[in-house]
Every structure is written in structure tokens, then in C-alpha cells.
Ligand binder design. Structure first.
Ligand code: GLA
Length: 376
């Protein structure tokens, strides 16, 4: 199965926008390997919008790579990426033009899927700008899905219609492997808070085979790049990454991998959070406590191997006391059980918790634990 677990990788858009090139893709591939990101699961290197010439080739009708950005063509880039042990991703759009006004795949779906297969693509992000007014949105995703399936390669379909047409209800049937459910993220706390809140009650549609994609991460951007906005603090990046992991979202890094180090590199390689994100059962977290208009929460996720992930999440702008009772997650007082916890951020033993578990959390912060229910 192409997406039995949430896909992990890197996408050029958040930092680079139209400033993409053969050289920066190769350097990013090298950095993904050398910084240990491939080792922990980040496999896809995806080139987003702005990679092609402004017009199709008049004779073949094909999309053509922009020769100044990609002087060796796209197959050479793909070969390099594959040579580093990574997988290669491309971008197109369901409309006649992409969002940044390059040729889109409308009415060229089968030709373009063949072209991407010739490049050796393993992944296609498929956007939703500039479609003819009369075109049926879901049908356009059926077409590209069929085209990819006919291309002769296994190509993961990353649908990106921003949640239109109640996407979660039909996109799995169409054959997509992940689906953007939101508008575009920018590098600010408010942006990822609002994106998460818009999907908070829709994650039950996300499961092995097709995952809810709440956009590329901004972790590590610190206000630099195409969607830089004001940037986030380390605490906010920690919370962003923990949310994406807890809710089994695709982990597509959006920062400049070549410059990623220190706190954020350690964060995106956190083995406990990745273990939660990639759990084979991909169960939706239960909300066991929700206060302050749903911004202060405790979530419990049932994991494989009789483990639980517990997340205390404070998305309000004030310090909060977050709490829940074990009864809320189904562990009765009479069971004699308590939760034995490991703090995922420190890897340290976080003690045992019976009946009632509470903590004070600063604004925008979270705490996440891997737990087992054991006899007290
Ligand atoms: C849309 C998508 C973004 C990005 C841009 C590229 O806005 O939602 O993720 O792909 O297009 O132009």
C-alpha cells in the first residue's frame, strides 16, 4: 500500500516558492540524508509549483521543465534524488493553469501522468486553481487518479483542493492517498491553530490508505521564506509538530532543510512523536476534555501494542490548567489501573497517574506522553 502510514518528506513551497532549482533540490536531498531525516522516515522530496515553462511544448503538448531552473531536465533531478535513497515528487493542478500561473493538467491528465512517470515521479501533489467554471471538482480528481494508475508507475496522489466539496467524504473513494483539507498555512501560531481547529472534528475520515493533510509544516522556518509571516517560537513549533503527529497528518517539512539544525532538527526527528504519527492503526484521538471554546484540550489516542498517547494542548493565549480523569478514557477507578507515562519530549519517566491527571501549561504549549495502563 502506498500510504499505509502518513507520508513523510519535504516540499519546496513554504520556503522557496518560485525560487527552486536543480542545485537546491540536490542540496536538499543531500541534507535530508546527512541530517538523518531519511533514516527516521522523511522519504519524499517534492517539487511544488513553478517548475515548468510558462507554456506547453507546442508540438508534443507536454509540460516542459523551465531550463534556467532545471538545465538538466527533470529526469536527472529525479535520478539524483533516487540515488540518495529518497523518493521524488512533482506538482500539477486540476485547472488549466496552476495557482502560480504555469500550465495545469486540465484535459491533459493522461499525457501529464505519463510525463511524470517518465521523470520517475513517485508522488504527485494536485492543486485546484483555475479550473473551468463548469468542471466538476471530484471528477477532476477521479481523472488524475485514473491517469496515474494508467501511467505504469506507482505514484502517490496528494490531492490539494483545500477542503472544497466536503472532500473528506469522497476523496478516499477516488483513490487519493492524502488530501489537503484546509487553505494555505503560513508561519504563525494563529495560522496553524486555525487550520487544526477547522479539522478537529473531521479526523475520523483519516485512516491507512488516505490521510487528512493539514498542510506542510512551518517548523524551523523562523519567518524565512515564501510563507514566512511572523514566524513561531520554539514552543509553538513544538506544539505544531506534536499536533501533526498526534492526528496522523502527513509530515511534509517546509523549512530550508539545508539550514535546519538545533531544536527544530531534534524536534522533527523525535522518535516518540514519529512513532505516534506512524502508528499502524492510525486511530483518531478521543477528546477527553475540552474547555475555552475547544482551545484547551486533552486528547487520548489508542495506539497499537496496548499503548496510549496522551496530549495536553493549550491553544489559548493564557496559561491554563489542563486536566482529565481516567474515567473519561474508559479506565474506571475500580479497575485498579493507572497510566505509566514517558514524556515524549525528554524521553524521561513521567511517573504514574491514577484517576485524575492535571498540569499547568503556558500559552500555546503542549505536553505529550506515551503511556501504558498498569496495575497501581
Ligand atoms: C496553492 C496550494 C499551496 C501551493 C500553491 C502553489 O495555494 O494550496 O500549497 O501548492 O498553490 O502555487
Amino acid at each position: 500500500m502506498l500510504s499505509s502510514r502518513p507520508p513523510m518528506g519535504f516540499n519546496t513551497w513554504n520556503t522557496f516558492g518560485e525560487n527552486i532549482s536543480d542545485a537546491m533540490i540536490r542540496e536538499t536531498a543531500d541534507a535530508m540524508v546527512e541530517k538523518g531525516l531519511l533514516d527516521v522516515g522523511y522519504r519524499y522530496l517534492v517539487i511544488d509549483d513553478c517548475w515548468s515553462k510558462r507554456q506547453r511544448d507546442p508540438e508534443s503538448g507536454k509540460i516542459v521543465p523551465e531550463p534556467v531552473k532545471f538545465p538538466n531536465g527533470m529526469k536527472a533531478v529525479s535520478d539524483y534524488v533516487h540515488g540518495r535513497g529518497l523518493l521524488f515528487g512533482m506538482y500539477s493542478c486540476a485547472g488549466v493553469r496552476t495557482c502560480a500561473d504555469y500550465p495545469g493538467s486540465f484535459d491533459h491528465e493522461f499525457l501529464d501522468a505519463e510525463t511524470f512517470a517518465e521523470y520517475g515521479a513517485d508522488f504527485l501533489k494536485y492543486d485546484f486553481c483555475n479550473r473551468p467554471a463548469a468542471a466538476d471538482g471530484p471528477l477532476l480528481y477521479k481523472r488524475i487518479s485514473a491517469a496515474l494508475r494508467a501511467s505504469g508507475r506507482e505514484i502517490l496522489l496528494s490531492a490539494c483542493n483545500w477542503g472544497c466539496d466536503e472532500v473528506e467524504k469522497w476523496i478516499r473513494s477516488v483513490g487519493a492517498h492524502m488530501y489537503r483539507s484546509t487553505g494555505d498555512i503560513n508561519d504563525s501560531f494563529a495560522s496553524f491553530r486555525d487550520i487544526f481547529m477547522s479539522q478537529r472534528d473531521k479526523f475520523a475520515y483519516s485512516a491507512p490508505g488516505c490521510f487528512n493533510d493539514i498542510d506542510m509544516l512551518t517548523v524551523g522556518m523562523y519567518a524565512n521564506g515564501n510563507v514566512g509571516a511572523g514566524g513561531c517560537t520554539d514552543v509553538e513549533y513544538k506544539t505544531q509538530f506534536a499536533i501533526w503527529c498526534m492526528f496522523a497528518c502527513p509530515l511534509m517539512l517546509g523549512c530550508d532543510i539545508r539550514k535546519l539544525d538545533g531544536f527544530c532538527l531534534d524536534l522533527v526527528k523525535n522518535k516518540y512523536l514519529i512513532r505516534i504519527n506512524q502508528d499502524e492503526e492510525a486511530r483518531t484521538p478521543m477528546c477527553v476534555r475540552s474547555e475555552h471554546s475547544g482551545l484547551a484540550n486533552v486528547f487520548v489516542r489508542v495506539l497499537s501494542d496496548n499503548e496510549y498517547a496522551v496530549m495536553f494542548l493549550n491553544l489559548t493565549d493564557h496559561d491554563r490548567r489542563c486536566w482529565f480523569t481516567l474515567e473519561d478514557m474508559g479506565i474506571t477507578a475500580s479497575s485498579g489501573l493507572c497510566l505509566k507515562a514517558t514524556d515524549v519530549f525528554t524521553g524521561e519517566d513521567a511517573g504514574t497517574h491514577a484517576e485524575f491527571w492535571q498540569m499547568n501549561l503556558p500559552a500555546h504549549d503542549c505536553a505529550v506522553y506515551l503511556c501504558r495502563a498498569v496495575k497501581a
